[in-house]
Design a binder for this molecule. Structure first.
Ligand SMILES: *[C@@H]1O[C@H](CO)[C@@H](O)[C@H](O)[C@H]1NC(C)=O
Ligand SMILES: *[C@@H]1O[C@H](CO)[C@@H](O)[C@H](O)[C@H]1NC(C)=O
Ligand SMILES: *[C@@H]1O[C@H](CO)[C@@H](O)[C@H](O)[C@H]1NC(C)=O
Length: 419
């Protein structure tokens, strides 16, 4: 598993013209030592058949995340990474709250609380510029270095782009981007619209959220996968005591299948695998997602539990497009972790959202020779001719031309009704 995310604020003024109200939010990650992660990987690799080993998920957070959250107070990971822009972003969020108050209508109980899009998209984030907690071969850049390297931009369509370095050969690591929202949230509705996501052998992108003191504050992986995967996997990672009531999707109220063995969500007792659910949609992740024009992911976190919805580009509900989301009209979520066996307020709190793209590391690197997951009928070792992920990354810059996020918007909504 992995984690990451991003938001926007000032666009609220534009959104308020629709006379709608909007709100919401959510997220997570985990902490473990490098040696623990390696031990777990070895343990799973030795015990599980190959196809199951591919389904092991690794937590995105680690030592760096822990030190971050310990110093950031209510804003979570964001302030720990030292962004120079955090002050102004706080001001923006205040203005959005003002806008939303006037726009409530009966059409949706949800009102916008934070919006990240357009030219100010990155103002609401801090840039992670220390080591990757998940041991990928990346060099995460701060905002100014990222812009100078051409890896961070708002493109002509007004979308936020985060790329990976495509220099033909590098010694070991490639430059990449990982961003964290400055604002945190505990419950709500998060809606992320992307037209492109990173894909290809060696990549491990994620859009996720996490709380403090991983895994105590919980982690919610909304969009995550590796290599050539085509079916998204959403996962939660928690402190001990949170589980799924069943591994039957019909019982859970979800369209996704439960990843093998994934009913104990505790990081400590599940080998960091958590409770993962794999989408039945082969356009929910990777190259097919991009070829299809991307889509919208929504994560709802309230007293009923935590749910993730996916809408492919030509099926985005009009209530989302109109900024007046009505989750009760969306039908079955892709993933659902009911409150019954996992209290959503006990195991999750004070999340920040994160977008990242790492390379190899705990997940993409460990399944380099694996097959048996949708999109991965052939292993990346076979496909690329490189026996290790790290060697492929060092020698194959052109292969990372598709390893970029292009995000239209990230919006948080809340409700005046009880969460
Ligand atoms: C929604 O409101 C609750 C209660 O004030 C707050 O804890 C939470 O962070 C809010 N979520 C969002 C997304 O604004
Ligand atoms: C799989 O990954 C390889 C290496 O990045 C890439 O060349 C290829 O296009 C990918 N295939 C699909 C179907 O995504
Ligand atoms: C993707 O799924 C659809 C059904 O939803 C199916 O018709 C199609 O063959 C699948 N494509 C691949 C490449 O598996």
């Amino acid at each position: 598993m992995l984690v990451n995310a991003a938001p926007l604020l000032l666009l609220l003024a534009a959104d308020s013209t629709s006379a709608n109200v909007l709100k919401r939010a959510s997220g997570f990650a985990a902490r473990h030592t490098k040696s623990l992660a390696r031990d777990l990987r070895l343990a799973f690799g030795g015990v599980l058949p190959r196809s199951d080993a591919q389904q092991v998920i690794y937590c995105k957070n680690s030592a760096a995340a822990l030190s971050d959250s310990s110093g950031s107070g209510s804003t979570g990971l964001g302030s720990g990474s030292g962004s120079s822009g955090s002050g102004s972003a706080g001001g923006k969020s205040s203005s959005t709250a003002t806008g939303s108050a006037a726009g409530a209508t009966a059409s949706s109980a949800w009102h916008l609380t934070q919006s990240y899009s357009g030219s100010t998209f990155f103002d609401g984030f801090s840039f992670w510029n220390t080591a990757d907690p998940t041991h990928g071969v990346v060099d995460y850049l701060d905002q100014s270095d990222g812009e100078a390297a051409g890896l961070v931009e708002i493109n002509s369509a007004g979308n936020a782009v985060m790329r990976v370095e495509t220099t033909p050969t590098v010694a070991s690591v490639r430059k990449s981007i990982r961003i964290t929202t400055l604002q945190s949230f505990t419950g709500g509705l998060v809606i992320m619209d992307a037209v492109h996501m990173p894909t290809g052998c060696g990549t491990w992108p994620a859009f996720w959220s996490n709380g403090p003191d991983w895994p105590t504050g919980g982690e919610i992986d909304i969009v995550e996968g590796v290599n050539n995967y085509t079916d998204n996997q959403a996962t939660i990672h928690t402190a001990p005591g949170c589980s799924l009531t069943s591994d039957d999707p019909a019982t859970l109220g979800a369209s996704a299948s439960v990843v093998t063995g994934g009913t104990d969500c505790a990081a400590a007792t599940s080998g960091n695998a958590g409770c993962g659910m794999r989408s039945p949609s082969n356009v929910s992740f990777g190259a097919p997602f991009n070829d299809n024009g991307g889509g919208v992911y929504a994560m709802k976190w309230d007293s009923s539990g935590i749910s993730v919805y996916f809408f492919e580009r030509n099926s985005v509900p009009t209530d989302i497009e109109n900024g007046a989301p009505q989750p009760t009209s969306w039908g079955l979520p892709m993933a659902n972790w009911p409150a019954a066996d996992c209290n959503p307020w006990t195991y999750f709190y004070t999340h920040v959202a994160i977008f990242d793209t790492t390379l190899c590391g705990d997940w993409a690197g460990s399944v380099w020779t694996g097959t048996g997951v949708p999109g991965q009928d052939q292993s990346c070792a076979t496909r690329t001719g490189f026996s290790t992920c790290d060697a492929f990354v060092a020698a194959s810059g052109a292969s990372f031309a598709e390893a970029y996020w292009e995000v239209k918007s990230l919006k948080f909504y809340n409700t005046t009704a009880a969460l």
